[in-house]
Write a protein that binds this ligand. Structure first.
Ligand SMILES: [Zn+2]
Ligand SMILES: [Zn+2]
Length: 335
């Protein structure tokens, strides 16, 4: 005997097997699931109109059932063109457990290190060069013996499975899937480092910033386009804006914010709990001096959220521009 629950089950299965699905495909899949169930029992009285509203209803109902499992069908809009995508998200998981079936702990640690460099990237570029991404192998803790070739393969797999995007310039950034499915992790780990769109309140990793110094306004490209059609001034500081999000003097958010070779040193997030551990270790085991520089820095920079790290730069040093701090941007003044 088939029931209307079968449609939901089929639909969820088809979403799960695809990972992340565009809104159009979502509607098509749901319509197919309805057809399939009706084909098994044509006395079933289920209908589905191929509209945004009908899909919204379907998702609202599904989420009511998924809620108890801490799962939710969530959507995200492409930051550039505003197209909507859906995925099933674990709303409680803030530890990347959804990657554990595909990757080893060392590979997940590698991914975590890459994500950190993307989030903390200078000038709000939210992207990482290939060279810098490969170098993150040495940041894996505990130390891994992953070779550069293996790291390249794993990186390609992160892209193939939709966790990272790789641009024409060869820079890595966070994909829709990562922003959707890993949001609990990103939020709990990088609360102070994420930027949010003034219009839609979603995370911005590709978009624009108002050019007035200290103005906090950041918008997705599609949100800018929509807003700019009716308004010519910044919603916060009221400075006049040019027509296009990419026009001067507006400031890019995303990889356009950094030129090749200008990334500077890698940055690391100070973690309060880790610091405490390290300090405790230092106190209880004064002989443990394996990373003296690091513990010292942890103590010195208790209040600093992001610190420069030089421990991995010994191999291929990036051309150093850290004497001249990056112009224009004002990470410290963000919300
Ligand atoms: Zn937006
Ligand atoms: Zn402004």
């Amino acid at each position: 005997m088939v029931s209307s629950g079968d449609v939901s089950r089929l639909f969820l299965q088809s979403l799960l097997s695809r990972g992340i699905v565009s809104e159009d495909l979502c509607k098509t899949l749901y319509a197919k699931c309805v057809e399939a169930v009706k084909a098994a029992d044509n006395s079933m009285n289920i209908t589905f109109e191929n509209t945004e509203e009908a899909l919204e209803d379907v998702i609202k109902n599904l989420n009511a059932s998924l809620n108890d499992l801490d799962l939710e069908l969530k959507s995200i809009q492409d930051e550039l063109n505003g197209r909507r995508f859906f995925a099933l998200v674990n709303t409680k998981d803030d530890e990347l457990a959804q990657m554990a079936t595909d990757y080893t702990p060392a590979e997940i640690a590698f991914f975590r290190a890459i994500v950190e460099q993307i989030i903390l990237a200078r000038n709000e570029s939210f992207s990482l060069s290939s060279l810098a991404a490969l170098r993150e192998v040495s940041a894996i803790k505990p130390k891994s013996n992953m070779s550069k070739t293996q790291a390249e393969t794993v990186l390609a797999s992160f892209v193939a499975k939709g966790w990272l995007l790789r641009s024409k310039r060869g820079r890595y950034s966070l994909s829709h899937r990562a922003l959707l499915e890993l949001y609990p992790y990103l939020k709990s780990t990088y609360e102070d480092d994420l930027l949010y769109c003034t219009i839609c309140q979603e995370v911005v990793t590709k978009g624009m910033a108002c050019h007035r110094p200290n103005c906090q306004v950041r918008l997705h490209i599609h949100c800018f386009d929509r807003y700019r059609r009716r308004n010519s001034a910044c919603p916060s500081c009221k400075i006049e804006w040019p027509r296009q999000a990419t026009d001067d003097p507006l400031v890019p958010v995303g990889e356009a914010a950094v030129r090749d070779g200008e990334d500077g040193k890698r940055r690391v997030k100070e973690r309060q709990s880790n610091n405490d551990d390290e300090e405790e270790d230092d106190e209880t085991e004064p002989s443990q001096q394996s990373q003296p520089a690091r513990s010292q820095r942890a103590k010195e920079s208790k209040k600093k959220v992001v610190v420069e790290s030089d421990e991995e730069d010994e191999e291929d040093a990036v051309p150093t521009q850290e004497d001249s701090p990056p112009p224009a941007r004002r990470r410290s003044s963000r919300r």
